[in-house]
Design a protein around this ligand. Structure first.
Ligand SMILES: *[C@@H]1O[C@H](CO)[C@@H](O)[C@H](O)[C@H]1NC(C)=O
Ligand SMILES: *[C@@H]1O[C@H](CO)[C@@H](O)[C@H](O)[C@H]1NC(C)=O
Length: 320
C-alpha cells in the first residue's frame, strides 16, 4: 500500500495522541493492512473496510493525561544531571545512572559482540547463580571473552539479599576485573509505585526493562538469561553463526532456549530494544514477560519463532 499525505497526517496525529504505544499500534495496523492487501490482490477481491488490528492479549493503550504525555515525549532532561542522587521516576528508563547502578566490575571501552543479562535473586539460590556463571564463563572460549559481557542484576529490594548475590559475583575475581562480569542494582525509586512494590509480575517486567536498558550498546546484541541455566562449550560461536546464518532474512529476535523469556536475543540499542522495554514498562500489570515477548514479535510481524536447534541453554537441574 502507498502512504498518501492523508495517511501520513492520520499517522502523525495518532502518534501525538497516543505516544509511542499508539505508534506501535499504527505500525501493526499498517503491516496488517499491507499483508491483507497482498492477500486480497491474490484472490482478486477488493477491500474497503478497515481491518481491526488483531494482536492477541494486548489491550489498547490507556488514554494518557497530557502531563504524562509531555513527560513521555521529552527526550532530554531539562537540567544537566546533578551529582547528587537523582530521584528516578518509576519505570524511567531514560535516566538510568549507569555508574551508580554498577556495583562490581567495570565497563569496557570497546563495544562487544554479546551482552548477557541475568536477573538474579537471593530467592533463586546462590548455588544456582554460581553454577550458571561458572557454566557461562567456562564455556566461553578465550578468544571470545573480551567481546562478551555478563551483567548480573541483583533485583531483590532487601539489602541483605542483594549482599548475598554480591558475594557470589565477587567471587569470580578475574572476570570481574577484566570487565567480563558486572553486577548492577537499581535505585528503589525506580519501583516507586504501589503496583511495582506489591505485584510480582509488574516488578519482574520492570526488572527486565531496567536490565535491558542498562545493557544498551555495551554490545551489538543482547541475550536474556536467568539465574538457573547451563550452557554448552562454544555457545558464543554458535550464537554468532546463527546470527550470520540469517543473512538478509528479516528478524527482530532469535531464540536459544525453549523457556518463555530465557535465551532470547535482540539487537541492542536500537528500535527493537526500545519497543521491547516500552512494552515491559507499559503493560507490566496486564501481561507476563513471556506474553509481552510474544506480543513484541507480533508487533514486528515476525510470525515464526526463529529457534536454534538444539537449544543452547537448559535448566540447571536437567540432565545433559
Ligand atoms: C568462592 O570461591 C571459593 C574458591 O573457588 C570457593 O571455595 C567458595 O565456595 C566460593 N564461595 C562462594 C560463595 O561462591
Ligand atoms: C546507543 O546507540 C544508538 C545508536 O548509535 C544511540 O542512538 C543511542 O543514544 C545509544 N544509547 C546509549 C545509552 O548510549
Amino acid at each position: 500500500m502507498h502512504l498518501t499525505r492523508s495517511h501520513y497526517r492520520i499517522l502523525m496525529s495518532m502518534v501525538a495522541a497516543l505516544g509511542m504505544m499508539g505508534f506501535l499500534t499504527v505500525v501493526a495496523y499498517v503491516l496488517d493492512e499491507s499483508l491483507d492487501a497482498t492477500n486480497q490482490h491474490a484472490d482478486g477481491k477488493t477491500r474497503n473496510a478497515q481491518t481491526e488490528v488483531k494482536i492477541d492479549n494486548v489491550q489498547r493503550p490507556p488514554v494518557m493525561k497530557s502531563s504524562d504525555l509531555k513527560e513521555r515525549l521529552s527526550v532530554t532532561p531539562k537540567k544537566p544531571a546533578p551529582s547528587v542522587e537523582i530521584e528516578m521516576k518509576s519505570g524511567d528508563l531514560k535516566h538510568i545512572d549507569r555508574e551508580k547502578a554498577l556495583v562490581l566490575g567495570h565497563t569496557r571501552k570497546d563495544k562487544g559482540f554479546l551482552t548477557i543479562g541475568i536477573p538474579a535473586s537471593h530467592a533463586g539460590g546462590e548455588d544456582n547463580l554460581e553454577q550458571t556463571l561458572k557454566s557461562l564463563i567456562q564455556n566461553t572460549e578465550e578468544a571470545e571473552r573480551p567481546r562478551v559481557t555478563i551483567v548480573v542484576f541483583a533485583h531483590d529490594f532487601d539489602q541483605s539479599a542483594r549482599q548475598a548475590v554480591r558475594y557470589v559475583v565477587g567471587n569470580f575475581t578475574e572476570p570481574v576485573q577484566s570487565g567480563m562480569l558486572q553486577l548492577i542494582e537499581a535505585p528503589l525509586s525506580f519501583y516507586r509505585t504501589p503496583e511495582a512494590q506489591k505485584n510480582g509480575q509488574v516488578k519482574e517486567n520492570l526488572d527486565n526493562a531496567f536490565l535491558i536498558s542498562y545493557s544498551e550498546n555495551l554490545s551489538e546484541y543482547y541475550l536474556q538469561l536467568d539465574d538457573s541455566v547451563k550452557t554448552v562449550p562454544g555457545y558464543v560461536r554458535s550464537i554468532r553463526d546463527f546470527i550470520n546464518g540469517q543473512g538478509k532474512k528479516y528478524w527482530v529476535t532469535l531464540e536459544f532456549s525453549s523457556k518463555p523469556f530465557t535465551g532470547k536475543l535482540i539487537r541492542s540499542g536500537g528500535r527493537d530494544q526500545g519497543q521491547l522495554t516500552h512494552l515491559l514498562v507499559e503493560f507490566g500489570e496486564k501481561l507476563s514477560v513471556g506474553k509481552l515477548y510474544e506480543s513484541f514479535k507480533k508487533f514486528n510481524a515476525q510470525k515464526q519463532p526463529i529457534m536454534h536447534r538444539p537449544p543452547l541453554f537448559d535448566n540447571l537441574g536437567n540432565a545433559p
